[in-house]
Ligand binder design. Structure first.
Ligand code: ATP
Ligand code: MG
Length: 277
């Protein structure tokens, strides 16, 4: 469900990106509501990270526009957006607390920065590790520190590029729950790239598939939260999206038509467009 949030609305209009003669994104149109959680899936190399970097202002589009709360952006890093990557990217020579304080650079008060960093570390369950070095933490703990750093400034958009990709299955599930809880509490708009369709269905209001440089599927997930992995409807949703990602588009399309009635009220599906390719 979409939060009633302070999150930012994003409108991506005709977004294109080429590297030399190679066109990676060729006209992405996507509207994301304030506080919505959108997952982006697609095969390796389809342009997911490129799209996120363009949204973050870390790279310049070859064409098209990105509007934030209805306004055209300058091509620069937006301070109300934060990004998380597969690796935590902590500074090894700074303790955990100082790493989180980095998310508050620009704050006038050192005391405020420290208190806020401690509070957000508490929210991710790591307050007692504040004075340790990143190197003594586990991979999952390091990602929680990265999440704390990203959220310390209460961003309005959180961009997540496979942040849980390197974690073991159990830690991953814990992190998904943490992410969902903090998203609900803080109400930021979230854009998550993931290769894990189950993760996308657990967390997202919508799952978007990028194929051939375009959005080829845009699926609304109406399953109630928290979503139970063992649930039959959950499993069916995952399977159908996975089939589509894997290219079994025809079978998915047929199946959707057949099961439309059955799913109404529980989970609704929209195939915005299906590439004929
Ligand atoms: N700075 C760059 N210069 C040249 N080519 C690039 C650059 N950045 C990305 N590309 C190319 O753009 C394509 C898309 O890359 P991108 O990293 O966006 O894919 P991805 O969908 O995130 O893949 P993965 O799932 O493996 O992370 C790839 O072919 C990549 O080689
Ligand atoms: Mg990538």
């Amino acid at each position: 469900m979409t939060n009633q949030a302070k999150g930012m609305k994003l409108n991506i209009e005709g977004l294109r990106k080429s590297f030399g003669s190679k066109t990676v994104l060729q006209g992405i149109d996507l509207e994301i509501q304030p506080g919505e959680f959108v997952a982006i899936v697609g095969r390796s190399g389809c342009g997911k990270s490129t799209m996120l970097r363009l949204i973050a202002g870390l790279d310049t589009p070859s064409g098209g526009d990105i509007l934030l709360n209805g306004k055209y952006t300058q091509q620069r890093i937006n301070p109300t957006m934060r990004m998380m990557f597969q690796d935590a990217r902590l500074l090894p020579w700074q303790r955990v607390l100082a790493n989180v304080e980095l998310g508050l650079l620009g704050s006038n008060s050192k005391i405020y920065a420290k208190q806020t960093a401690l509070q957000v570390l508490r929210e991710v369950g790591l307050e007692d590790r504040a004075h340790e070095w990143p190197s003594v933490l586990s991979g999952g703990q390091r990602q929680r520190v990265a999440l704390a750093r990203a959220l310390a400034s209460k961003p309005s958009v959180l961009l997540l590029d496979e942040p849980l990709g390197a974690l073991d299955a159990l830690t991953r599930i814990e992190m998904q729950q943490l992410l969902e809880r903090l998203w609900k509490e803080q109400g930021f708009t979230a854009l998550l790239i993931t290769h894990d369709v189950e993760e996308a269905v657990v967390l997202a209001d919508r799952v978007v598939l990028i194929e051939n440089g375009q959005i080829s599927m845009n699926v609304k997930i109406d399953l109630p939260r928290p979503r139970a992995r063992g649930d039959a409807k959950f499993a069916r949703t995952v399977e159908r999206i996975l089939d589509r990602v894997m290219g079994k588009q025809e079978s998915l399309h047929q199946e959707l038509l057949q099961s439309e009635k059955e799913l109404i009220g529980e989970s609704s599906y929209y195939l915005n467009s299906i590439n004929a390719a």
